[in-house]
Design a protein around this ligand. Structure first.
Ligand code: ANZ
Ligand code: ZN
Length: 803
């Protein structure tokens, strides 16, 4: 027997698979289709890391299994290659991002091939390829034509270091996602996509797909739908009114003051009446410097200023109440103004305590002078006129009816999700295909003129004012209006990082199409994605953005199914051996290359699937790697105890059926670790018995094949099974044979074990008795006595009581 030379074996099979195009997805094949998707990587300069390997190997295993099960599998990969690290690297080194990207892609390709992934390499997409981003721009133009892309002036999160406007989700915690420095608020004219209009569709669509509860919940929270009402409060002695959004119209009688966001237009509109304008403007200035995160999450101490000179009127009880500005109210949510109900809202309560404002109880159950009473299940309305005595639920409905009757309000729904700030002021992104004309305004370029290519620039650095470097290339910026032909200027912002990944899965179905982003027939055949695996960090932004684009394409008749992903799963992080997140600065990063070099790709794959519960974080452990290598070594050595046999031997039959069932079910449930443990244990059994026959060996290596494809293909060939493993069919099992059909049962006489009998699992007391009465070691204790009682617990014990 030759030794297990993983280097030679792995190279051999990778070459063979590539030459024979074993993993090619076939359009319109008669077989059932399976589209397995993993998040295409950003080809960074540091190469593939073990997190990628964990993310990809799960669906790699499923895809290989599906092929053996007779499916026509599409398992593609590509490059999400626009992005800041490449651009920053280009700025530092003066090398073109295109050149850098191509190099990185090559490194990634080689690394993925070295691991032996069964991707269909003919279908690779690259989001920075003009043949690809042409269609990203095309989808944007459709959004623009249908009114789903607009430009608006807003405050945006701006990173002074990266010189880039950040989406909220890129500046969580008030720091820049990319460089970690503090984010400031800046006024800017930017593109938005009306994703908010899709909020209900995106929520309803969740009923059509299989997302695990934790992923579904994250999406629901991100979209954040709340039902409530808008209510107008009039400003005393004026025509102005303040409209608030409240989810608790039942508490209207308890509104003892109002609060508006510092950016609220009321201040500007009423400035003649206001006596402390200076103080207010100062407060506004301070608020502007804070991020939303600081205002909402970090504010331990409430701040605010009363607007002197005006007051509002509570529409239900007619009380005159003060109006304040405070930064805990956000302009971007609801109406930017609230009715404060300190008795029943904690933030309002803190504010009232700090500024000595009245607290009125309108829902009975607590002590509102001590703390806000927020229980909405128990309380009963008090001090609330016609709402008195109602439950919160009843009072909500009644209050809405009432304000609608009075013509001062209406039922409304609000969403936390804001429209998608769709732009950045950087070079390495898709140019937004819009032209600004003095006469016609913002005009989409003609679709025949796509792609609008990125021009060559000397310097990739954004300008100090936060404009893209494209702005300084006059011959590119100056163009003519597609509508009227007058001189016009191109939009110089580029699309955000999330654009190219919002539709890439569609391109995989038809990646070389020059006429359409994908042909209808191919889309019909392959979509939806049957299973999508990726990171938890992408289940809000990317997963929501791409569902939005896809749903929009569905609405305009471009794709045939509503939801792009039938099923989604997510892997946990791989941590360093110190239990901390892997990072360069901690020096705890594991490079997959090193593992492949020392132990082989099959060991890397096996270990990463064995490392722990797939959906949870798991620390790296070098001993675990060695253990997996030993497992494969012992698998190799099974050849030494291999005997002939066309079917499972009697003593291994149950083991085989049990193991097939276990591995089958565990793979499908992403429980790769327990599947591997079951195979390790089976291998021990074979070794313990000192033999394994060919039928058993054949099944065994096939079960392991999706995880360790090289060694198993090689063993298949060495033993001389028919054809190649990758063309074989997945083993099946017989449910009845997964449990032992006979068992050993202890027989007691007067409570003492006197012998053991072998009987069928479903044997009766009579069967047990028959078996026991021929065993001398048992009958010796019975002979000459009377049996007074028999206790028989099926499958467990047989106790005979004698006197
Ligand atoms: C009165 C009230 C009484 C409220 C009460 C709550 C409890 P969700 O559920 O997150 O949608 N609110 C409205 N707009 C706001 C803004 N722009 N910035 C900060 N807070 C705002 O929260 C809705 C509630 O948050 C609204 O209902 C409002 O306070 C506040 F016992 O109105 B409520
Ligand atoms: Zn024009």
């Amino acid at each position: 027997m030759s030794s297990y030379n993983f280097k030679k074996i792995e190279r051999k099979w990778q070459k063979e698979w590539e030459e024979k195009e074993v993993f090619k997805a076939i359009d319109f094949s008669e077989k059932p289709k399976f589209f397995g998707l993993v998040e295409f990587p950003y080809p960074s300069g540091v190469g593939l890391h073990v997190g990628h390997v964990r993310a990809y190997t799960s669906l790699e295993v499923i895809s290989r299994k599906r092929r053996l099960e007779g499916y026509n599998v599409l398992f593609p990969i590509g490059w999400d290659a626009f992005g800041l690290p490449t651009e920053n690297y280009a700025i530092k080194t003066g090398r073109h991002p295109r050149v850098v990207t191509d190099e990185n892609i090559e490194v990634f390709t080689n690394q993925l091939k070295e691991i032996g992934y069964s991707f269909d390499w003919d279908r690779t997409v690259d989001s920075t390829d003009p043949d690809y981003y042409k269609w990203t721009q095309w989808i944007f133009l459709n959004l623009f034509e249908k009114g789903f892309a607009y430009k608006d002036t807003t405050y945006v999160n701006f990173c002074n270091d990266c010189k880039v406007v950040l989406a909220n989700e890129e500046s969580q915690g008030g720091v820049c996602d990319r460089c970690g420095s503090e984010v400031v608020q800046m006024e800017k004219d930017v593109w938005f996509l009306k994703i908010r209009e899709y909020a209900d569709k995106l929520l309803d669509g969740l009923d059509e797909v299989h997302f695990p509860p934790r992923i579904r919940l994250e999406q629901e929270n991100w979209i954040g739908r709340s039902y409530g009402a808008q209510v107008d409060f009039s400003i005393k002695d004026s025509k102005e009114k303040l409209t608030v959004f409240t989810t608790r119209p039942d508490t209207l009688y308890g509104a003892t003051f109002m609060v508006i966001a510092p950016e609220h237009p009321l201040l500007e509109n009423m400035k003649d009446r206001i006596s402390n304008l200076d103080e207010l403007t100062q407060y506004q200035e301070q608020a502007r410097k804070k991020t939303e995160f600081e205002r909402v999450q970090l504010a331990k101490e409430k701040t605010g200023v009363e607007i002197k000179g005006i007051s509002a009127i509570n529409p239900l009880n007619g009380n005159s109440i003060p109006v304040w500005i405070a930064d805990y109210v956000m302009m971007g949510y609801g109406t930017g103004a609230i009715m404060a109900v300190p008795g029943h809202d904690t933030r309002d309560w803190e504010f009232a305590k700090k500024f000595n404002l009245p607290i009125v109880e309108v829902i009975k159950g607590g002590n509102v002078q001590e703390e806000a009473y927020t229980d909405i299940e128990q309380g009963i309305l008090v001090n609330s006129g016609r709402l008195d005595g109602l439950s919160v639920k009843e009072a909500k409905a009644k209050a809405i009816e009432y304000v609608e009757e009075l013509g001062i309000g209406k039922r409304t729904t609000n969403y936390k999700m804001k429209d998608w700030a769709f732009n950045r002021q950087r070079y390495w992104g898709e140019p937004i295909p819009i032209v600004e004309c003095e006469h016609c305004g913002l005009v989409g370029v003609n679709k025949e003129d796509l792609p609008i290519r990125l021009p060559e620039v000397e310097n990739y650095q954004p300008t100090e004012t936060g404009e893209s470097p494209l702005a300084s290339i006059e011959e590119w910026v100056n163009t003519t209006c597609p509508k009227c032909g007058a001189p016009a200027k191109r939009e110089t912002d580029t699309m955000p990082q999330w654009a190219g990944s919002s539709w890439y899965f569609l391109r995989y179905t038809d990646p070389h199409n020059h006429e359409e982003f994908a042909s209808k027939d191919k889309l019909n055949y392959w979509m939806p994605v049957d299973w999508y695996n990726g990171g938890m960090e992408h289940v809000t932004r990317h997963l929501i953005y791409s569902r939005f684009w896809h749903r929009f394409l569905y609405d305009i008749g471009e794709v045939s199914v509503k939801e792009p992903y039938a099923k989604r799963s997510a892997q946990g992080l791989i941590l360093g051996s110190d239990g901390e997140k892997m990072s360069k600065s901690r020096g705890n990063v594991i490079n997959p290359r090193d593992i492949i070099e020392e132990y082989g790709a099959d060991t890397l794959r096996t270990y990463i699937m064995f490392i722990g519960d797939y959906e949870k974080p798991a620390p790296w452990n070098d001993n675990g790697v060695k253990g997996c290598k030993r497992f494969l070594d012992r698998l190799w050595k099974l050849q030494e105890i291999l005997v002939d046999g066309d079917e499972y031997s009697k003593e291994n039959e149950v083991l085989m059926h049990k193991t097939i069932k276990k591995v089958n079910e565990d793979y499908e449930a992403l429980k790769f670790n327990t599947a591997i443990a079951a195979m390790m244990s089976a291998l021990n059994d074979f070794n313990g018995k000192g033999q394994i026959n060919k039928a058993e060996f054949k099944t065994f290596i096939m079960l392991l094949n999706p995880i360790a494809p090289h060694i198993t293909e090689e063993l298949w060939e060495i033993v001389g099974f028919d054809g190649v493993l990758n063309q074989a069919s997945w083993p099946t099992y017989d449910e009845e044979k997964t449990v032992e059909s006979v068992i050993e049962m202890a027989v007691q006489v007067n409570g003492k074990v006197r012998g053991k009998i072998t009987i069928p699992v479903n044997a009766t007391k009579e069967d047990a008795n028959k078996a026991a009465m021929v065993d001398e070691s048992i009958t010796n204790h019975i002979n000459g006595k009377n049996i007074v009682k028999e206790i028989f617990v099926p499958g467990k014990i047989y106790n005979i009581v004698v006197k």
